[in-house]
Design a protein around this ligand. Structure first.
Ligand SMILES: [Zn+2]
Ligand SMILES: [Zn+2]
Length: 132
């Protein structure tokens, strides 16, 4: 192998090398053009640009509901969440008790809680047991 010149690479042109690389440089990954292309693909696909949980249009962020395809994300691995719901999902995940609690089912659980809250408001029935 010949000598290779070390090039200085701007964050925006970084391409994810491996899951290991991404975990170590997650902030840089989120600045990569690769990640930008995935977000563009989401918009082009016509998927909703609103919070999956509370339907807010404000302060939207992309959330990985699963990291299994990190670097080669499928759109189904992602969710659009508002900043507040996003924080809540990760808070619950970081404080989870059971092994079966995943990022995936926390978001689904929060959707069900929202629906129950809305139902409770509509019907005036207020005997809800928290789902946590
Ligand atoms: Zn939200
Ligand atoms: Zn997230």
């Amino acid at each position: 192998m010949g000598k290779r010149k070390k090039k200085k690479v701007k964050p925006i042109s970084i391409y994810p090398k491996s899951k290991k690389w991404i975990s170590a440089h997650y902030d840089l990954y989120l600045l990569s053009d690769h990640w930008q292309r995935i977000k563009d693909a989401w918009v082009k696909s016509g998927r909703p640009m609103k919070c999956y949980i509370c339907y807010s249009f404000d302060n939207l962020q992309f959330h990985h509901r699963s990291y299994r395809n990190l670097g080669q994300e499928k759109l189904d691995d992602l969710l659009v969440l508002c900043e507040m719901c996003h924080k809540e999902v990760h808070y619950r995940y970081n404080h989870r008790k059971g092994k079966h609690t995943t990022l995936w089912n926390i978001a689904e659980r929060m959707v069900r809680e929202r629906e129950r809250q809305a139902w409770s408001k509509r019907t005036g029935v207020n005997d809800l047991v928290p789902l946590i």
